[in-house]
Design a protein around this ligand. Sequence first.
Ligand code: NAD
Length: 434
Amino acid sequence: MSTHSTHVSQLIRPEKDTFLHEENPYEAMMSRFDVAAEKLGLDPGLYKILRHPEKELTVAVPIQRDNGDIEVYTGYRVLHNTSRGPGKGGIRFDLNVTLDEVRALAAWMTWKCAVVNIPFGGAKGGVICEPTTMSTGELERLTRRYTAAIIDLLGPDSDVPAPDVNTNERVMAWIMDTYSMHKRHTVTAVVTGKPVEMGGSLGRREATGRGCMMVTREALRKLGLPIVGARVVVQGFGNVGSVTANLLAREGARVLAVSDKSAAIYNPAGLDIEDALKWVREHRYLDGYPRAERITNEELLALECEVLVPAALENVITSRNAGSVRARIICEGANGPTTANADRILEEKGVFVIPDILANAGGVTVSYFEWVLDRGGYFWDEENVNDRLGKIMVRAFEEVATMAQRHEVSMRQAAYMLAIERVAAVHRLRGLYA
Ligand code: NAD
């Protein structure tokens, strides 16, 4: 597969205006890929293969709105790499969906599945729409028509979607049903993140936050810091952020601050996370929570702490604010919360970053369990799911840390190097079909 006439560094584009591209997800992913490929001395032929998604499908999704009008939405599904197994990756419904973004997220999934060493490749999908303005009936018609449009890609052995931004287990149930109607029999393993009643796995809802807690525990241990009393700050109080905060608090950590899109709340003595969760269940948002001070989101990111968990959005730690971060560890619960330019600043400051493709891989790991269980038709109890998740997350953390030490690189570069090496190894073994 090697041409040997070129070195991978000759194929890597020079950095252009990095500031301009700082927040482009595809550029963010590729800049990390390029650094890791160069450090590994990746074969130029493989470099070219891994830079190109295998398949990209753009579909028109016409549906009838409740008022009788026909509206046509645009949907995408990208399979970045399926050398290690079926494509795996979520489907998002959002106005900001672009092909570039879906492409980047698909590649991210390839690396994430390889870091935790589960037998999946990387995929992602999306439909450009504003789901908050759509009725349940419209969302169901959109989901079913989109599923029918991409059905040739889907299947337990080829491409297995999951929930992502603005999609949930209800949407996964419609995808499973639509696919099964076409196949003329029930196929539970075609999507993960389903309701437990119809083939979902216990522990899936908490899996990403649980994985974040597990790798944070490992990072604290590695740095010789006790978890009991460790000061924790969490941005985002949704699925990932609230579970991470709650589980770290249960381990004895002191959660100083949490935020959502309505407010950031702070209590230097430590927040009562169960109480904040109860407030959110009753009032939907943190806004108005009485037993804490209000701070801004910028102030939250700059709080002195042992662990900062960005678990809301991408691009929140950038070259503009990385200098003011005062955390010892950053555990990236969200996908892409740190830009490549911010990475350099954090590295100089000695911040230990647990990169997204490792930190939030607990979700896809339990999705893998769900796929395995659906195919076997035999389900595990929650304790079994959590134990197996723990083994995989701790092993992946150790493997990334060993790679970082061996090559004297950051945990992020090491995670990419480990992932690329694993995907490249399979390509070498399989050879190039011609
Ligand atoms: P979610 O919608 O449940 O929660 C998002 C939280 O972020 C909410 O509390 C929201 O109010 C808050 N938020 C939004 N804008 C904010 C802002 N400007 N400042 C502060 N908080 C803000 O979503 P989630 O499932 O928890 O996902 C969060 C992140 O984790 C995303 O990047 C997602 O891609 C990533 N992720 C999620 C999973 C999963 O299994 N849910 C797996 C891997 C990665």
